[in-house]
Design a protein around this ligand. Structure first.
Ligand SMILES: CC(C)c1onc(-c2c(Cl)cccc2Cl)c1COc1ccc2cc(-c3cccc(C(=O)O)c3)sc2c1
Length: 232
């Protein structure tokens, strides 16, 4: 049947994409990736700064997701804490796949590979980055997929998952239509996108172990990261 995005869905999509574009890591912070110290300690510090800036960006983006601020306040916090790592894997994946100008991409890869992350996490992490790159998502898809990740009802401590599910379902419907319209040749494109969300869950579990191994080597995080990741 003819797929079309109705006016309400178009307004929802515009709100999310505008928020996604409005809230980006400040250029002066992203530029720090290009500075020339490459020791594992220096890389870790830089990535910590990027992650902290990214969390601030994520909070602002989330507040602009239509309906999010009407959710129970504690559920808003539970959703942010439960989705932060996944949203940041998505964000850093989009950075890798959009081939940043002035070689940011290889510099970021170099720093991630040499920041004290145990090797067994490198393969799944970079496989994920590759699989996101191969999807060639348009910006609207990236923004809505991030919103869908944040609005996942079954995060720990969510008291009213049905309210979250209603919001997520609205987003899923828009994304499904968008995929059909943007990738008419690929019947299963929407299914492949949702498959990435499953991969994000796995990466999120790996990430908890990454945090533990960093902490064993006495790496310090910022107060914001400690709060969002319940460490220290
Ligand atoms: C505390 C720190 C060591 C850490 O712990 N786990 C992770 C992590 C790692 Cl490794 C991989 C995936 C997820 C996490 Cl959470 C990190 C680093 O996390 C980040 C998070 C977001 C971004 C966005 C960037 C970025 C660059 C250029 C441009 C832009 C842009 O948005 O324009 C964004 S870099 C960056 C680094």
């Amino acid at each position: 049947e003819k797929v079309e995005i109705n006016r309400e869905q178009r307004a929802l999509m515009k709100a999310i994409v505008d928020a996604y574009n409005r809230h980006q890591i400040p250029q002066d912070v992203a530029k720090k990736l290009l500075q020339d110290q490459y020791s594992p300690e220096e890389n870790f510090l830089l990535l910590t700064e990027m992650a902290t800036s990214q969390v601030q960006v994520l909070v602002e983006f989330t507040k602009n997701i239509p309906g999010f601020l009407s959710l129970d306040r504690e559920d808003q916090i539970a959703l942010l804490k439960g989705s932060a790592v996944e949203a940041m894997f998505l964000r850093s994946a989009q950075v890798f796949s959009r081939k940043m100008p002035t070689g940011h991409t290889d510099v970021l890869e170099e720093r991630v590979r040499k920041s004290g992350i145990p090797d067994e996490f490198m393969t799944p992490m970079f496989n994920f980055y590759k699989s996101i790159g191969e999807l060639h998502m348009v910006q609207e898809e990236q923004a809505i997929l991030t919103a869908i990740t944040i609005l996942t009802p079954d995060r720990p401590y969510v008291k009213d998952p049905q309210a979250v599910e209603r919001l997520q379902e609205t987003m899923l419907d828009v994304l499904r239509k968008l995929c059909v319209l943007q990738h008419p040749q690929e019947q299963q494109y929407f299914a492949r996108l949702l498959g990435r969300l499953t991969e994000l869950r796995t990466l999120s579990h790996y990430h908890s172990e990454m945090l533990a191994s960093w902490r064993m080597n006495d790496h310090k995080f910022t107060p914001l990261l400690c709060e969002i990741w319940d460490v220290q």
